[in-house]
Design a protein around this ligand. Sequence first.
Ligand SMILES: N[C@@H](CCC(=O)N[C@@H](CS)C(=O)NCC(=O)O)C(=O)O
Length: 190
Amino acid sequence: MILYGSTTSPFVRRIRIFTHAIPVEFVVMDIFAGDHRKILIEKNPTLKVPFLIDDDVNVFDSKVIFRYITEKFELTAISWHQENALTLIDSVSDSLVSMFLLSKSEVDTSDDKMFFNLQRQRAKQVFNELEKQCAAGDFSEWHYPSICLFCLLDWVQFRDMADISAHQHLFSFYAANAKREEVIDTDPRD
Ligand SMILES: N[C@@H](CCC(=O)N[C@@H](CS)C(=O)NCC(=O)O)C(=O)O
């Protein structure tokens, strides 16, 4: 199995951490330029990472890759409540990744504009909800939703896209998991 992705993407990192004990080759791509962009165009029409190739099977999207690996290795599936938590994490990740790409495109995302305001409002609502779920113990085990939450929290700090310090439970969760070997091994700052 070959996982294609960048070292900075929170969506790629979650799969790298999830598969750290599974033999998956990781191909690092610069998805925005050169030969890697050509490979991306050839192999994944969504033009996003991650994607996974397993012989003749090509799987797009981290959520689907998670399901593919879970089925292939007969791992424990996640509950509907956890699926919803993943949707929360994905929605804020998508919003903030879009805002980040806009900033990189020299768009001033601090403007009082409908699109930016909607993303900010979503991020606020979702972080509040995740804080509640964290307080309720939903992320007390190191399962796939926890991995995804960690990757989001670390990415927003790495890219300076949100301040989570006011969210006491999210911050404690982050600190409690930051020293895991697979987390350190996949640090986007390295
Ligand atoms: N829903 C996708 C989202 C993946 C995604 O947004 N990846 C970003 C990197 S963090 C990307 O490839 N962006 C390229 C682009 O938007 O052109 C997943 O879960 O895999």
